[in-house]
Design a protein around this ligand. Structure first.
Ligand SMILES: [Fe+2]
Ligand SMILES: [Fe+2]
Length: 273
């Protein structure tokens, strides 16, 4: 049988509920599906859901994360800025200005192969004024292609159309494009015509009965009144963990399968204060 690589990508980890699901389920899924590398979006892993701190990076790594990607929430805690500059396992979107700490790609060793992980952010309905994600990735690929034929992109974006456009733009040029940021998993995982595997959004890890991970009432009040409200991470609900795993043929560098992960865990409600 041809040699394969298996990688698992987990959607945005949201606060303590997300971390608990990651710690409980990622090791089990890794063993069950014989996963070789784990990539997780950690932009909401802090206890309050805003960015992540050094202890959150450590927690995700201790529980199996090889690379932590991020997005627009990466900048909340400046204690991680020097980590972003010094280490290669925490990414910020590549298309932020080059003066920002960190970078948006890394090369990791998976079995005997180098694999590139790229983090890029969309521009539609997001506030940050970033370089074109399409052209930024295109020029980054001219470098990455000299190092590896395995390239996976976390495309952190709001708009479905921008994610689909990016995926078709990249179809055949990278191994996989996986959306993050909306915190709701889409059911459109598939291999595109030229061989790139794709899902519009991986989903998230956190409280199921929430509004993208936050307590419902304050979010509803914000929509009703248009006034600012302080949102708190929801904890009193079953928890969910979402993502995908992919299998890639080593000799062709093409994905053979993309499988959705969607675990709902009823054990957790009330388990944390
Ligand atoms: Fe997020
Ligand atoms: Fe985001």
């Amino acid at each position: 049988m041809a040699e394969v690589l298996r990688l698992m990508f987990i959607g945005d980890v949201m606060g303590q509920p997300g971390q608990m699901m990651f710690a409980k389920w990622v090791p089990r899924l890794k063993e069950k599906h014989k996963i070789d590398a784990i990539i997780v979006n950690g932009e909401n892993a802090a206890k309050n859901g805003k960015g992540l701190k050094l202890k959150d990076i450590e927690f995700l790594k201790q529980n199996g994360a090889d690379v932590i990607t991020s997005g627009n929430h990466i900048w909340y805690n400046n204690e991680i800025y020097s980590y972003l500059n010094e280490k290669t396992d925490l990414l910020r979107p590549e298309n932020y200005p080059s003066d920002c700490p960190g970078k948006g790609y890394t090369l990791i060793q998976v079995k005997n192969y180098e694999v590139a992980i790229v983090n890029i952010q969309g521009r539609s309905f997001l506030r940050d004024q970033l370089s074109c994600p399409f052209k930024t990735t295109q020029s980054l690929l001219t470098f990455l292609e000299t190092r590896t034929k395995f390239v996976f992109v976390d495309f952190h974006a709001e708009a479905t159309a921008e994610k689909q456009a990016f995926a078709f733009f990249m179809d055949g040029k990278v191994t996989g494009v996986f959306g993050t940021h909306t915190h709701v998993q889409t059911a459109d995982e598939r291999i595109l015509p030229n061989g790139t595997c794709y899902i519009t959004d991986l989903g998230f890890c956190g409280a199921l009965n929430s509004i993208i991970g936050m307590e419902k009432d304050s979010v509803i009040q914000k929509f009703l009144t248009q006034m600012p409200f302080r949102f708190k991470v929801e904890k009193n609900s079953p928890f969910i963990l979402s993502g995908i795993w992919v299998e890639v043929c080593v000799s062709t560098a093409k994905p053979l399968k993309i499988v959705r992960i969607n675990v709902i865990d009823e054990e957790f409600p009330g388990a944390i204060g």
